[in-house]
Design a protein around this ligand. Structure first.
Ligand SMILES: Cc1cc2nc3c(=O)[nH]c(=O)nc-3n(C[C@H](O)[C@H](O)[C@H](O)COP(=O)(O)OP(=O)(O)OC[C@H]3O[C@@H](n4cnc5c(N)ncnc54)[C@H](O)[C@@H]3O)c2cc1C
Length: 404
């Protein structure tokens, strides 16, 4: 629940290592990602740029939240969120490659289990990039797998069955970012016999096991630089020690993971909005109509000012959320949900206004603006739709019994 008295983050000064990463990632986004975006965005849905990922990996983008003792950067959700804003200001899909990798690592990070952490976390810190993914969504069960009260209604959920010292997994996940290219997945499956997803259980699954099939890549409207695909499990046998927590802990782990990760998705949305704002500022500063640069027309100035204020406000919310997530156990529910709810809306509003300000240029693909609008719609779906986030926010508000 929000406790504004305890808030002590100096929002103007990031910790030194986070600021250093932010500047490095800004360069990576400008020099490595930007020149490739238009081509990759227009390429077939299953095109994937490993070279770009390798260069991001060299900066640590595949392991920002992994503790230093396991070879990561140890910069928590603050580091992740700030880094992902920088990448997303150029391309949200590229940001989500690294964001989804972090999500795939999160259950192990949250487990606090030193054996699981020592087995899996160092694997992300070698010379070559190793990606993870987070497999929750299914054909019949979408939001029902991220609203605890609705877990009982979830239909046809992937199953787990104990078999001696192994579990057998069966079922299919959908829309899983990185599933096509990841080495590991954090997988949520329901224990056989429990109603709906009430027996949801979390497993770390190497994706080279027999019975794992990587299904077709979805031809998405946006976020085209990351691959979202099906992931099938046909009698996949995994050792019991790959289970995270206990049988039936999956929904709680999923919620804790969302609370941890939503600030970073808000960072992606802020990046999308900031990229649109920067492009609109550039255009409105030089485009002359009616004898004046567009920025000097009052209606245009009003739009630019509103866009900028929204980007700043959304950034403050995600910084606050990330700071709290890194400093509180368990991670709070309210701040990350509120930050993502607001930032997702801001990305859509700002990209829409930027489209309007750039006229026909904005409507032409090569200008890059319409991609920002397509991407803005994506973040409002994963890691909590507005409706799911609204439930999380109001639950926190009523739990406190007082208005904020
Ligand atoms: C770019 C992208 C990346 C993704 N990456 C991943 C990933 O890596 N891993 C993964 O597991 N999934 C991923 N997803 C899938 C995403 O998490 C789901 O799409 C999301 O949880 C919603 O599920 P659904 O699409 O089945 O919608 P549904 O659950 O069918 O919901 C449809 C609509 O109904 C609303 N709704 C549903 N239930 C309620 C309710 N109880 N009250 C009010 N409204 C409700 C929703 O808010 C939504 O507006 C990704 C999706 C996208 C677009």
């Amino acid at each position: 629940m929000p406790n504004h008295d305890e808030f002590d983050l100096n929002l103007d000064v990031l910790p030194g290592e986070v600021e250093k990463l932010r500047l490095q990632v800004r360069e990576f986004a400008r020099d490595v990602v930007a020149p490739r975006v238009t081509d990759l965005d227009g390429a077939p849905a299953d095109d994937f740029d490993w070279d770009m990922v390798s260069q991001g990996h060299a900066l640590g983008l595949t392991r920002v939240a992994v503790p230093k003792e396991y070879g990561g950067l140890g910069l928590g959700m603050l580091g992740c969120s700030v880094a992902l804003e920088e990448v997303a200001s150029v391309c949200a899909g590229t940001a989500l490659i690294f964001g989804a990798a972090m999500l795939g690592q999160t259950p192990v990070l949250l487990s606090g289990d030193p054996r699981l952490q020592a087995r899996f976390l160092p694997l992300f810190s070698g010379d070559a990039p190793v990606l993870a993914c987070n497999a929750v969504t299914e054909e019949e069960a979408g939001c029902d797998l991220i609203i605890p009260a609705n877990a009982v209604h979830a239909r046809e959920v992937m199953t787990a069955r104990r078999d001696d010292d192994h579990y057998i997994l069966n079922g299919t996940k959908r829309f899983i970012t990185n599933a096509q290219v990841a080495a590991f997945a954090s997988v949520f499956a329901a224990m056989e016999g429990a109603p709906g997803a009430t027996g949801l259980t979390s497993f770390m699954v190497p994706l080279d096991l027999p019975g794992v099939v990587r299904g077709p890549v979805a031809d998405k409207m946006g976020y085209r630089l990351c691959l979202g695909s099906e992931l099938e499990f046909h009698d996949v046998r995994i050792p019991a020690e790959n289970m995270i927590g206990n049988e039936g802990d999956g929904m709680a782990i999923n919620m804790a993971q969302s609370n941890m990760a939503r600030a970073s998705v808000a960072g992606i949305s802020v990046g999308v909005a900031r990229g649109a704002l920067e492009q609109a500022l550039q255009w409105c500063g030089t485009r002359v109509q009616g004898g004046l640069p567009l920025r000097e027309h009052q209606f245009t100035a009003a739009k630019l000012a509103e866009m900028s204020a929204k980007v700043d406000a959304a950034r403050l919310l995600y910084l606050k959320a990330a700071h709290k997530v890194d400093n509180e156990l368990p991670a709070p529910q309210y701040e990350p949900a509120a930050a993502k709810l607001f930032a997702d809306r801001v990305a859509i509003d700002v990209a829409d206004m930027a489209m309007s300000l750039t006229g026909a240029r904005g409507y032409v693909k090569s200008f890059g603006m319409e991609k920002r609008l397509r991407d803005a719609y994506g973040a409002r779906i994963y890691e909590g739709t507005p409706e799911v986030l609204a439930l999380a926010v109001t639950e926190s508000l009523y739990a406190a019994g007082e208005p904020i």
